[in-house]
Structures are given as structure tokens and as C-alpha cells.
Design a protein around this ligand. Structure first.
Ligand SMILES: [Zn+2]
Ligand SMILES: [Zn+2]
Length: 268
């Protein structure tokens, strides 16, 4: 479940996306202005021109950007994909089917490359191909990773800031894949918290097998956890606080309280 969408379930673009989130009614990339989320649709175009989005053997999903004629440019919807993590926005992938839009999963932008591909008028042009990874896979891969205790807090902070999804990527972040960048953010926010929940200040309920206090990084802006994000918007919570913000009746209000706390936890 991401943003109220269940994987593999079919949704109606107008009723389930535009009526709730707004955004452009046309095209394969929808960027609502009032919600921190970007919707992308695969299977819409390209096929008739001889190219198509595809899942690579290594698990990355290659998604062709928008732009029907001439070279694609990194602007509008394409820029929204490249910067979603830095902007704290979720990236939701849907597949167009005859019944409607099937929700694939929440994704994370890793990088992109340029490929020659025909445009609508059948002229070869530069196409932007985004390399995306499922957020769930990143979350699982980083969840139990040992904490980095070789670096001090300031070094971890600098690494997390560089890995937060800033675009274009800095030299350091550009050489690290999205799993490593997620770990950088996670390492820092857990080390920053130490042994206490940054929401309620209670001690962590237990110690992990790797010796670190058990706390969970929560992403305040997109309220979907895992992946690179600005550590100024990621807070380490005890399981009670974390369930409260996701499942509680006062979850959204509690999320706002956590956001306000970040100003003292992570002053810019
Ligand atoms: Zn707590
Ligand atoms: Zn969370």
C-alpha cells in the first residue's frame, strides 16, 4: 500500500488520481501541485515507435521520458522524475491496461541515460531513459544493514546531505547507487537520534542484533519510508510513535508536530 494504492490493483485515472490529487489530465507524467507525489504511466506511448519501457535483469525499470518530437529535455515532467527524492515527493508507477491503470509500485529515481530512439514523426532523437528501482526493494535491502560507525556524526551528515537526491548529483553522490545513498541517510538519522526516539524522547525499546538501539527512520514529507531523502525531513522514531503517525487517527496532526520538531533536531 502506497498513498492508498494497492499493488496490482486497477485504478481509474480520473476518479482515483485526478479527483484526489489533481494534476495534468494528459500525458504519461502527472505532477500534482498540491501533493508531494509524481505519477508516471508506462505502456502509453513508444510501443508503436519500436521502443518501450522495460524491466532490466538487475531489477532496474527503464522508463522513457516525455517529449513527442525532437530531443527530450530534462524539464517539466522529466525534471520532476529526476528531482522527486530531493523534493521529498513519492514516485508512483502505473501500467496502462485496457481496464484502467494498474498500480505497479512506488519507485525511486536512481539515474538516467540518453538513448537514440525514434520520435512521433519517426526521426531519430535523444530520448531520456530513467533508471528506477522499487522503493520496497530498497527499503528491505537497507533495513538490516549495519550502522556505519567508522565515520563521526558530522561526516555522516555530510554524506547523507550529498546522498539526499540533490540534482544534478554531486560527485560523491553520483558514484553511489541508490541503495548506498539510502543507507547514508538512514545511517545518519539513526546516529543522530542515538538511543532515544526523536518524537517522544523515550528510550529505544530494544537493541538490534548489530548492537544499535532499535529506532525507525520516518520520512515526514512523503509519509512513505525508505530511499534517499533530505535528512532534515527524516526523523528516527520508536515503533509506537511510528505506528501512530501512519495508523493513528491523529497521524497527520502528529506528522505536523514531528515536522515542527525537525527545526531544532536538524537546523539548516
Ligand atoms: Zn516515540
Ligand atoms: Zn514512516
Amino acid at each position: 500500500m502506497s498513498w492508498g494504492f494497492e499493488e496490482d490493483k486497477v485504478y481509474n485515472r480520473r476518479a482515483d488520481i485526478h479527483a484526489k490529487f489533481g494534476g495534468q489530465q494528459q500525458g504519461g507524467i502527472i505532477t500534482p501541485s498540491q501533493h508531494p507525489v509524481v505519477f508516471i504511466i508506462t505502456g502509453e506511448e513508444g510501443l508503436e515507435h519500436g521502443y518501450a519501457d522495460r524491466m532490466r535483469a538487475d531489477g532496474a525499470f527503464e522508463y522513457f521520458g516525455e517529449g513527442q518530437v525532437g530531443d527530450m529535455a530534462l524539464q517539466r515532467g522529466n525534471l520532476a522524475i529526476a528531482t522527486h527524492a530531493a523534493e521529498g515527493k513519492g514516485l508512483l508507477l502505473f501500467r496502462k491496461t485496457t481496464e484502467g491503470l494498474r498500480f505497479v509500485s512506488e519507485m525511486v529515481y536512481e539515474k538516467h541515460h540518453i538513448e537514440r530512439a525514434p520520435d512521433r514523426e519517426n526521426n531519430e532523437r535523444d530520448a531520456i531513459v530513467f533508471e528506477l528501482r522499487p522503493l520496497g526493494a530498497i527499503f528491505e535491502a537497507t533495513e538490516d544493514a549495519p550502522l556505519d560507525d567508522k565515520n563521526d556524526l558530522e561526516q555522516l551528515r555530510a554524506l547523507a546531505k550529498a546522498s539526499a537526491g540533490i540534482f544534478p548529483p554531486t560527485q560523491v553522490a553520483g558514484t553511489r547507487n541508490v541503495y548506498q545513498r539510502s543507507r547514508d541517510v538512514r545511517n545518519y538519522v539513526l546516529m543522530r537520534a542515538g538511543a532515544n526516539c526523536e518524537g517522544c524522547n523515550s528510550p529505544a525499546p530494544f537493541i538490534r542484533k548489530n548492537g544499535s538501539p532499535y529506532l525507525e527512520p520516518h520520512h515526514i514529507r512523503r509519509v512513505s519510508d525508505g530511499g534517499p531523502d533530505d535528512p532534515a525531513f527524516v526523523i528516527s522514531l520508536c515503533p509506537n510513535c511510528h505506528r501512530r503517525v501512519h495508523a493513528g487517527k491523529d497521524g497527520p496532526a502528529y506528522n505536523d508536530i514531528l515536522l515542527a520538531k525537525m527545526q531544532s533536531i536538524e537546523p539548516n
